[in-house]
Write a protein that binds this ligand. Structure first.
Ligand code: HEC
Length: 139
């Protein structure tokens, strides 16, 4: 009887250890974007123009600013309550991505970053957002 109880306690402690280790490793490694290779070279079909940038700016203010902040620095009012960084669109590392890669991220989303295929249903709207995001690069 006693040894059964002991075995149960040992088993529970073992399970606790396994779970806490797996939770920890999840928190420490932020998952990577899994962007299909073809998006690296996908051309932006919407030419950079005043109209397209203005369109992208409106869509950004409506759908993105709450998390990404008005200058895309990742400091919108909702950002503080997220356990993951909203990135910094002014940074060289971010801007080094191709238009196609940024378009993919906006379209598909990942975890806390929503997919915008529904809320910005026209591809051209999401490409215009990419054109606007280019204006946020640090000068
Ligand atoms: C609810 C908050 C939220 C909203 C709204 C939101 N995002 Fe995000 N976004 C995030 C988070 C969080 C990440 C980081 C996701 C990750 O790495 O898991 C992210 C990541 C991104 C990235 C990739 C950043 C990088 O470093 O490569 C892009 C691009 C992006 N968002 C664009 C947008 C655009 C454009 C909109 C509006 C159409 C938008 N986001 C709306 C939270 C948000």
């Amino acid at each position: 009887m006693k040894s059964l109880q002991l075995r149960f306690i040992a088993f529970s402690m073992g399970m606790f250890l396994v779970f806490s280790i797996s939770f920890n490793s999840q928190a420490q490694t932020a998952s990577k974007w899994n962007i299909p290779v073809k998006f690296k070279t996908t051309k932006n079909p919407v030419a950079v123009s005043k109209a397209s940038v203005a369109d992208g700016k409106d869509l950004f203010a409506k759908h993105c600013k709450s998390c990404h902040g008005s200058a895309g620095l990742g400091d919108g009012p909702k950002a503080a309550s997220l356990d993951v960084s909203c990135s910094d669109f002014s940074a060289k590392k971010f801007q080094a991505q191709s238009d196609g890669e940024i378009f993919f991220q906006i379209s598909e989303g990942k975890e806390k970053m929503p997919s915008f295929k529904k809320n910005v249903p026209e591809d051209s709207g999401r490409w215009s957002i990419v054109n606007y995001i280019r204006t946020l690069a640090a000068k």
